[in-house]
Ligand binder design. Structure first.
Ligand code: ZN
Length: 88
């Protein structure tokens, strides 16, 4: 039984020999590319969506980190205030 990766590699090679799109396999590939114009557009949109998703996750992680810093600052403030109470 041939593996899934091997099947897709052979499919890609077969389609590129025939200068057909490696994704849909029906349209001729755009010159200099392995995909047809429609599949290239889909690829670009998918990349944009995933980069937007990654940016969102990075932003959420940064927000979480900054909130943790705020907590630390508040804890430090409380510690200093309690020491001030002892001194004065
Ligand atoms: Zn295609």
């Amino acid at each position: 039984m041939k593996s899934r990766a091997k099947y897709f590699r052979q499919r890609r090679q077969r389609l590129s020999r025939k200068k057909l799109c490696a994704r849909c396999g029906t349209e001729p590939a755009k010159p200099g590319h392995t995909h047809c114009a429609a599949c290239l557009a889909v690829k670009v949109v998918k990349a944009e969506i995933s980069s937007a998703e990654i940016a969102k996750q990075v932003k959420a992680a940064k927000r979480k980190r900054l909130l943790a810093h705020l907590d630390l600052i508040e804890q430090g403030r409380q510690a200093v205030l309690s020491k001030l109470d002892v001194i004065t």
